[in-house]
Design a protein around this ligand. Structure first.
Ligand code: ATP
Length: 511
């Protein structure tokens, strides 16, 4: 993910403004009057994706290098440029002896680390009113299309991944939330499925988003908790469910923010725009489970669930687990009934940049539970127009809703947050080790999509029935399900999250 450039020096604007400049100078540069603020010693301008702070004083021979957070060298005053994406907050400070505009931004300290830093620009009393207006304008532009000062319910799984979620939160995430004036209510999950209860009982008017500092297991629980409420439809629409990296998979965080660097992902959520995304109902026995990420059987499910003993490795456990399994070329025979949407790769590629209209879901104030199942449950007859497929040599059954499943695994490059389709990828187990490794490596860039042995389709629903096996792994969002037939169907735009761009996941795409 690009966070835009951090604060940096930029002489271009300063060069362009004549000495003794006035508002007219900005006009000649194509800067709207409301985007510019001329102070006695500084000019502040909003330009496309950045804010430029220039020292207007005549070039002095020597200036304090740290004055107001600006660098200066003798004889050449410099500008400071901050990407609007990195502007976390701004305000007018009024002190007894001095007043200032304070701009807090995410300052880049390394490729994977930003920390809040505040720049102060002194202002005279006479400029207070116009400074207020400009600060308001800056915040509007820095949060374009996104809500300012979001209210977060933060859930931390102390056992997620290598067990460092709380430490990561306190050191890298919380400072960003605080600097961005977000209100946070932090709760540690105390036991497995605790997040289901928390979401079920959540005061949905008190928060804008639930932020899970965890793996993908906690957001799975939050969606299911919201889905159990009598007002499920409204709750799923009102509360954006998001993930920040505190586990080993972090597929949701990667898909929506394009990174698993905690502070960068935190900035992405602070700036995130509300985005509807598709959820899936999975029925198995008498149960109905909401799935937001994936369902898998075979190789992928074994990686998710059969590598628990390697949890200490963090994300590496998936690669090691894959290499161990690919050698055996194991098969998992199954029957799959499919309700197809798009059944060939060419059309999927052509369709990749098409925007899909959201259906009008009823989010009224009345208590409305989950939408009814369009195709019935796994216990009903399979609808007549579903295609029956026999897969006696299935090696991997993988159905996904998001582009990225974990670091460098962009398994579903055709996935969109709300296209109303699931992406179904099936591959036989006897395609050979070279092909299997090719798919794994290709998933880093999405190139595996074109490997002919990978059967990749868009579907609306399916039923999976294992054949000739007593035991095995079925993974739903990385959580273990019973090894028994299950059925899945998509709900277009039922869920809500925060994303950097509308209806696009971050990562390599087909378009
Ligand atoms: N305090 C707790 N004690 C025990 N289990 C917990 C606790 N809090 C949450 N859990 C459980 O931990 C499981 C895994 O959580 P999570 O997904 O956050 O981490 P992870 O396993 O590292 O990530 P991933 O699922 O992406 O591999 C969830 O099923 C959740 O119910």
């Amino acid at each position: 993910m690009s966070t835009g450039s951090p604060a940096r020096e930029d002489n271009s604007l300063l060069e362009a403004i004549p000495d003794g400049n006035g508002p007219a100078a900005f006009g000649t540069l194509g800067i709207a009057p409301e985007d510019a603020l001329l102070l006695e010693h500084h000019s502040l301008t909003l330009r496309d994706t950045r804010v430029v702070i220039a020292d207007r004083r005549k070039r002095s021979k020597k200036r304090d290098a740290t004055c107001c957070g600006f660098k200066g060298d003798s004889g050449s005053p410099t500008n400071t440029t901050i990407a609007l994406h990195n502007v976390l907050w701004a305000r007018v400070y009024i002190g007894e002896d001095n007043s200032a505009i304070k701009i807090t931004h995410a300052k880049e300290l390394g490729k994977r680390l930003v920390k809040p830093e505040t720049i102060s620009i002194p202002i005279d009393e006479a400029d207070l009113e116009k400074a207020d207006l400009w600060v308001e304008r800056l915040l509007e532009q820095a949060y374009k299309g996104s809500q300012q000062a979001k209210r977060f319910k933060v859930l931390i799984n102390p056992h997620g991944g290598p067990g460092t979620a709380e430490k990561i939160y306190r050191s890298e995430i919380e400072p960003i939330f605080t600097a961005a004036s977000c209100s946070v209510d932090v709760e540690m999950t105390q036991y497995a499925k605790h997040a289901v209860k928390i979401a079920q009982e959540l005061d949905i008017e008190a928060y804008d988003a639930v932020i899970c500092v965890s793996g993908d297991g906690v957001p799975h629980e939050v969606f299911n908790g919201l889905g159990k409420r009598p007002d499920a439809l409204k709750a799923l629409n009102k509360i954006a469910v998001c993930q920040l990296p505190g586990g080993s998979g972090n597929g949701m965080c990667w898909s929506f923010t394009g990174t698993d660097a905690p502070s960068l992902a935190a900035v992405a959520l602070v700036k995130g725009k509300r985005t509807h995304f598709d959820l899936v109902s999975v029925t198995q026995g008498d149960e109905r489970i909401l799935s937001f990420l994936s369902q898998s059987v075979g190789m992928t499910a074994e990686l998710d669930l059969g590598t628990e003993n390697m949890r200490w490795m963090g994300n590496t456990r998936f690669t090691v687990g894959f290499l161990q399994r690919v050698i055996t070329e194991k098969i998992y025979p199954a029957e799959v009934h499919v309700k197809l949407a798009i059944d060939n790769k060419e059309e999927i590629r052509r369709n990749a940049s098409v925007m899909h209209d959201l259906p009008s879901l009823d989010h009224s104030d009345e208590d409305v539970g989950l939408p009814p199942l369009r195709y019935g449950s796994v216990k009903d007859e399979v609808p007549e127009d579903w295609v029956l497929e026999s897969h006696p040599k299935m090696g991997n059954f993988y159905c996904g809703n998001m582009i990225c499943m974990s670091k460098d695994i962009h398994f579903f490059p055709a996935a969109k947050p709300n296209d109303g389709h699931m992406d179904l990828a099936i591959m036989d187990g006897d395609v050979g080790r070279v092909k299997a490794v090719g798919v794994m490596l290709g998933a880093e860039t999405g190139k595996h999509f074109d490997i002919p042995e990978l059967n990749y389709r868009k579907v609306l629903a399916y039923r999976f029935t294992p054949k000739n096996q007593k035991n095995g792994y079925i993974s739903i969002d990385g959580e273990k399900a019973a090894f028994a037939p299950f059925q899945a169907e998509i709900h277009h735009g039922l869920g809500m999250s925060l994303s950097l761009r509308p209806n696009v996941y971050e990562g390599p795409t087909l378009a």
